[in-house]
Write a protein that binds this ligand. Structure first.
Ligand SMILES: NC(=O)c1ccc[n+]([C@@H]2O[C@H](COP(=O)([O-])OP(=O)(O)OC[C@H]3O[C@@H](n4cnc5c(N)ncnc54)[C@H](OP(=O)(O)O)[C@@H]3O)[C@@H](O)[C@H]2O)c1
Length: 250
């Protein structure tokens, strides 16, 4: 997205015959949810290192010391709580956002078998993983429309792929499948407004959610995802990609 946006600015300057030295505006404003630890924190770190302005959300900003150290603006947000989402949107009223990364998520009740599955807890998992990103995107639509980047990234999972289902984890898998479906509908509708919205699998990552035995570090995952995001254009809206840019089956 960033590279493509810069490319179009330079193209316009070429057509207008401009030949002086320009200092193109390449920094963007990015909002990352669930930014106090794991993948979200690393997203903020790498985006800050690239010089971007970042708003990082946390359920408890007072305890988010590592996030504070990045220089990001801290905002309080529980994606499962409509009042909290509304308060966040009010706090950010008038703030342009180029890129929204809906990263906050939970494994929830991690029973592997159907017999052990607690459906009351599955409801909570849906509330955070499927509806949370929709609440946040809806609340921040004016901010996204005011920004130049006009990009939304939902951090989903290959575990939400019906084709790749290896069994178990009923709540988590279904919550990410639902997120994928919600994003597809959203992408179709927001395309008319010039917004690109994709679902992105970060890989199996060493975090509290992924576990210490996961395949890759947060640094590898995030570097890959930011490279994928960098190349996004309107033609990509609605796609399901992984951190290496590979298309995943629904
Ligand atoms: N790690 C993996 O292997 C993997 C694989 C595929 C997809 N993912 C996805 O990647 C995303 C990030 O996961 P992670 O591995 O970094 O997990 P993590 O280390 O457990 O971090 C999860 C983050 O989400 C926040 N969060 C949880 N519930 C929230 C709520 N109701 N409102 C706002 N924030 C909330 C947490 O905040 P608190 O500190 O307040 O709990 C934390 O900041 C998730 O969407 C996950 O499903 C991860």
């Amino acid at each position: 997205m960033f590279r493509k946006l810069l490319g179009s600015i330079l193209l316009v300057l070429t057509f207008t015959g401009f030949s002086g030295v320009i200092k193109a505006e390449t920094t963007m404003t990015v909002l990352v949810t669930g930014a106090n630890r794991g993948i979200g924190l690393e997203l903020v770190r790498q985006l800050r290192a690239q010089g971007h302005q970042v708003i990082g959300t946390a359920r408890n900003p007072a305890e988010a010391s590592e996030l504070k150290e990045t220089g990001a603006v801290l905002v309080s947000l529980d994606v499962a709580d409509s009042n909290s989402v509304r308060a966040m949107a009010e706090e950010l009223e008038g703030q342009k956002i180029d890129l929204l990364i809906n990263n906050a998520g939970i494994m929830g009740h991690s029973a592997k078998s159907f017999a052990e599955t607690d459906f009351d807890q599955v409801v909570t998992t849906f509330d955070v993983n499927s509806l949370g990103p929709m609440r946040v995107t809806q609340a921040l639509l004016p901010n996204l429309l005011a920004g130049k980047g006009k990009t939304v990234v939902q951090i989903s999972s290959t575990m939400g792929s019906i084709t790749n289902n290896g069994g178990g984890y009923y709540g988590y898998r279904a919550s990410k499948s639902a997120l994928n479906m919600l994003n597809k509908s959203l992408a179709l509708e927001l395309a008319d407004m010039g917004i690109t919205s994709i679902v992105l699998h970060p890989g199996w990552v060493q975090t509290r959610l992924g576990g210490a035995g996961a395949a890759i570090t947060t640094q590898e995952s995030v570097a890959g995802m930011l490279a994928v995001i960098d190349e996004l254009g309107p033609e990509d809206t609605g796609r399901f990609l992984d951190y290496q840019g590979k298309e995943l089956p629904w």
